[in-house]
Design a protein around this ligand. Structure first.
Ligand SMILES: [Ca+2]
Ligand SMILES: [Ca+2]
Length: 245
């Protein structure tokens, strides 16, 4: 291939062009010593075109768009949920005491039925503990410091996720244990969350990158952890109904 080279001294632009039977090529240099600025290849029939432009200095900028929706790290979890005991006991009118979980479970545990029909406001919040372990399917290496764990519930009417109970890993109520202390989320690591929220049976745990400011768009499938607390746990607590003594 023969090349035609032009030089424009005032602008330091040097352009080399050439072509073969099918394509033409243009290479442009700027500055001195020359720096590659542009490389362009076009087919003579106009159907193919490739253009590479290199910028530097003030023309180039690299920034993180932190208003992008938070995407979550893809954490594979085996989950467990557990409703913790309410501390202390309920005192019956006959001064017997029974565990708080026996209150309002449709079974007369006190003997005088005073543990039934108790105003819900009288019942202390119970502590729920959610926990999960990163299972062996987990492949993505994510720095522990790059994720945060968010807890919330979905508004059943608007289907918007409400992060009113969200918290960062490291808060006293949300923890991720880096089992091998390798700095990465890896199989065997586990998280736990405790809350006394009365809406705990609706709660859901999601993991997010912590660099982004926006939670819009919701998490992508695969890193949601649905905690099926409500029905299962409450059914278990209604053991008197299921398994009358
Ligand atoms: Ca009862
Ligand atoms: Ca780890």
């Amino acid at each position: 291939m023969d090349w035609i080279v032009t030089v424009d001294v005032p602008s330091t632009q040097q352009v080399a062009t050439s072509s073969n039977d099918t394509h033409g090529i243009m290479v442009e240099f700027l500055e001195f010593p020359p720096r590659l600025h542009q490389l362009e290849v076009n087919s003579h029939d106009g159907n193919q075109a490739t253009k590479l432009t290199i910028v530097w200095g003030d023309d180039a900028a690299l920034s993180v768009q932190n208003n992008y929706p938070k995407t979550s790290v893809d954490i594979q979890l085996d989950e467990e949920t557990e409703r913790g005991d309410i501390e202390g006991e309920f005192t019956c009118e006959n001064n017997d005491t029974v565990p708080w979980s026996y209150v309002n479970d449709n079974w007369d545990d006190c003997g005088d039925n005073s543990d039934e029909g108790v105003d819900e406001s009288e019942i202390p919040d119970s502590v729920f503990e959610f926990s999960g372990e990163v299972n062996s399917d987990h492949e993505h290496e994510v720095l522990v410091g790059d994720i945060e764990l968010r807890i919330g519930s979905e508004d059943s009417e608007t289907e918007e996720f409400n992060y009113s109970l969200s918290m960062n890993i490291g808060d006293s109520t949300a923890n991720l244990t880096d089992a091998e202390d390798d700095g990465f989320v890896s199989a065997g690591d586990n998280y736990s969350v405790t809350t006394n929220s009365s809406s705990a049976n609706d709660l859901e745990v999601r993991f997010y990158d912590n660099w982004s400011q926006s939670y819009t768009g919701g998490p992508l499938p695969g890193f949601e952890v649905f905690l099926l607390l409500g029905a299962l746990v409450l059914a278990a607590l209604r053991r008197n109904t299921l398994f009358p003594r």
